[in-house]
Design a protein around this ligand. Sequence first.
Ligand code: HAM
Length: 419
Amino acid sequence: MADPSFTAPIGTRDVLPPESDRWAALVATFADHVGRAGYGLVVGPMFEDLAVFQRVGEATDIVTKEMYDFEDKGGRRIALRPEGTASIVRAYVQHRPVGTPWKAWYAAPNFRYERPQAGRYRQHHQLGIEALGSDDPDLDVEVIALQADLYARLGLRQVDLLVNSMGSPADRAAYAAALGRWLEERRDALDPADRPTIATNPMRVLDSKREATRRVTDDAPTILSSLSADTIARFERVREGLDALGIAHRVEPRLVRGLDYYTHTTFEFQATALASAQNAIGGGGRYDGLAEALGGPATPGIGFGSGIERILLACDAEGVFPGPDGAPGTFVVDVVDGTHARDLVADLRRAGLRADRAYGGRSMKAQMKAADRSGAAWAVIVGADEAEADEVTVRDLRGSREQERVPRDAVIDHLRKRL
Ligand code: HAM
């Protein structure tokens, strides 16, 4: 049989070193950033009962068209998680953890059967937070500020923040009905592909990228005209908080997020350095009815999700966040029999230093080449002479190439002093 040549499935990527070093540094930065604000890590299943997601997005593409769902061997209907919020809220309802609000963060893969393109994958990864149990608009400010400050901390400057209010469920329903009627009157002018959406989810029509539809919806009434006085006051409090924290933002009444559960504040961050249509690096909002929809007590909640792949693309476009510095390391070159390398790398690593070596009894030249390629700052060389004297030669690999002999048992102190 001919060798099959396997590649990663369409729309997925292998993240290899050194790109993965930067990925890990981003996750660590995020964990530190939101950890300081009281958010704790939640690790949950990558798949859920299909109904969990059906509850949150019956009228959205993410749930109706793009979900990876299947029957498992026990006959259960399962879906790979297309997004993190529903899973976190399901876990909250199941365990009822304490905390008002209860604050969770995650860094996890999501699966959407989308048409792959630059910045859009079938498996993407999100850094996100969710805070459950408070409807205080100042919590909205906290969540948005954490996201804005994360991007600033990475060095991103070309980021626009769009905010909107979807209103209370009653405001939202009133708007959807009014908009549905308005669109119905103009049905024939819409792109045919968008016409069925009027009945299922009129607000999604506003999000259509199709030219004919856009021409019509440019004049559509906005949600802001359907908001109650109470909702407007809440939204004002959020905007005032953002202003107070110096977080520039623009109200975009046509901002329609791709999930059904949003109420009140919604927001999206767009990286203007990314030319592609996939320039949303993160977004989120309130979902005050979600816990109830998943069988729990009425519990307000808010959070955001931000795509790791897109954050890194934006960092590349702006030339920022190079990733870890690559703490200067050592490379042990053993031209005796490998025993010194075996023992020295273990000693160096136990002492907290970075250390690597070559395998397979390679020549001095080959090992020195591997040392250079590893990016190590020092080669720790053991030849017959050194072995005989119970010493090593420490050579500086960064420019000077200077070297000196050091007693074997003083090498860790010697290197530490120079780190
Ligand atoms: P979302 O806007 O669907 O929201 O996704 C959040 C972010 O994930 C997007 O802004 C984008 O950066 C990234 N993303 C989404 N789809 C893809 C894809 N196919 N390829 C690459 N990156 C992608 C949510 O998922 C909500 N759960 C966010 C949230 C949290 N709302 C409240 N809490």
